[in-house]
Ligand binder design. Sequence first.
Ligand SMILES: [Zn+2]
Length: 220
Amino acid sequence: MSRDLAQLHPLLRWIIPEIIERCRAAGLPVLVTDGFRTQGEQDALYARGRTAPGGIVTQVRWPNSAHCWGIAFDYCRNVKGREYDDSDNFFGRVAAIAKGYGLDWGGDWTRFVDKPHLQLREFMPGNSTTWLLRTYGTPEAFRATWGASQKTGGEVETVERYRTVLDAPDYARGTLLRLMEAGILLGDGNVDQYHRVIDLSEDQVRILVMLERAGVFEEK
Ligand SMILES: [Zn+2]
């Protein structure tokens, strides 16, 4: 089990600090308790409550947890003695913010409710690793594709344009994802936010970030 953000998919590395900051501003102190898991770590967790002492903490063996693919993290309240106190719906309130960044929440699951868990929706359709296994085979092969994002441009293009949210600068990604989630930034209509073609210029992106800071997109 690793709290090291560096082990996680680049999207989570960008998104998590922003979620923590937004939660902090909303009076929700978040601590990341777990992220990437190796095969040995997932096997040991699976044994808990089965062949090892303790209660059951996971329903899946390696590599069927999103943690094994570096696309999930667990969290708790960053307050000593109240880490898992949910009397004020702490976990749901954090999840409501996190969902705006393309994350699915374990608290929404019916078979095994997992409130401290969030994972990247786009890689786990139907909360299943089927797509990942079919597309990449192994977590190692999946990891080898990280960091592959291409910019549009070429010889004719003089102004920098961002084809997808992955091409946009770090500071703007949160804004763009939230505008997509709110149905404001539709692009080519691709339901997969990370591959939706938005084709925005650097100036347009900066203006969107400024407008969001000014509260223009806040719900009335
Ligand atoms: Zn988890």
